[in-house]
Design a protein. Structure first.
Length: 261
């Protein structure tokens, strides 16, 4: 269940791809970018994935010709589903393509696999649902002068832990102050067709914060919250106490500059 609110690291999943598109004018159509990070609380769509504890993370992205890219991302996790079943890490794989829509916007279409290799979910329900799942994610990005807007829709035929068909919408606005500081905010809503556990429901989440960059380091600090109560959160989305409650979280990222092959 990918990074923070997919605000900073969600953007990082395609940062290398966008760099690759710009790199197309160079001799090689391929480029590689990577990043290392530590988050004070790894949040995915507003919900803590590591018991509100710090989580180390890493990503590698390979960009090719015509806007195509492939990459991987990993993070420490702790769902506390049960003593033996909670995944200790998440390892994702994705591929996609950036397309210029007639100069109006950038369309980023990707297939994203959320993997939890050591999750043991036996006994959570009769179907023994799989924690891992695949999403199709589409993001439209457009600049309005200095302002940038991102609109994302994600769909999966089988959400994590047997949740059935899932749809997700997110809107984000990024406002730069100068070449090293920017403010951003996002609002998202998650629907799941067939949540398995009593008391669970669809939910909304939001965040607002700032990012500062110095050389290869980026510090992002933001306020994150959802409209889920502790009981609703624990019923389906996460067994961690207060996983859906408000929090101020920080992410320190070391970006390894893109380089050609």
């Amino acid at each position: 269940m990918k990074n923070l609110t997919k605000a900073l690291f969600g953007a990082m999943a395609v940062t290398g791809a966008l760099a690759g598109a710009a790199h197309a004018q160079d001799e090689s159509p391929f480029s590689v970018s990577a990043g290392l990070a530590v988050q004070s609380d790894y949040r995915f769509r507003g919900i803590s994935q590591n018991d509100r504890q710090p989580a180390p993370q890493a990503t590698v992205n390979i960009s090719g010709p015509e806007g195509f890219y492939v990459g991987t991302w990993a993070s420490k996790t702790n769902w506390l589903l049960n003593a033996a079943g909670s995944p200790s890490y998440e390892w994702d794989v994705y591929f996609g393509k950036n397309t210029d829509l007639f100069g109006f916007a950038n369309w980023n279409a990707q297939v994203y696999y959320y993997g939890y290799p050591d999750a043991q979910t036996t006994g959570l329900n009769a179907a023994t649902p799989n924690a891992s799942f695949v999403e199709l994610i589409n993001t439209l990005s457009r600049s309005w002068g200095p302002l940038t807007t991102n609109l994302t829709w994600a769909w999966t035929p089988n959400f994590s832990l047997g949740g059935g068909t899932g749809n997700y919408l997110n809107g984000q606005v990024v406002v730069p102050v100068n070449d090293w500081l920017s403010f951003s905010g996002a609002f998202g809503h998650q629907w799941v067709q067939a949540a398995k556990y009593s008391g669970s429901r669809d939910y909304s989440h939001w965040d607002i914060g700032a990012s500062a960059t110095w050389n290869s380091l980026t510090l992002d600090v933001r306020y994150v919250d959802t409209d889920l109560s502790a009981a609703q959160c624990g019923a389906f989305w996460m067994a961690t106490a207060n996983a859906c409650g408000s929090n101020v979280m920080a992410t320190l990222t070391y970006n390894i500059s893109s380089f050609p092959w």
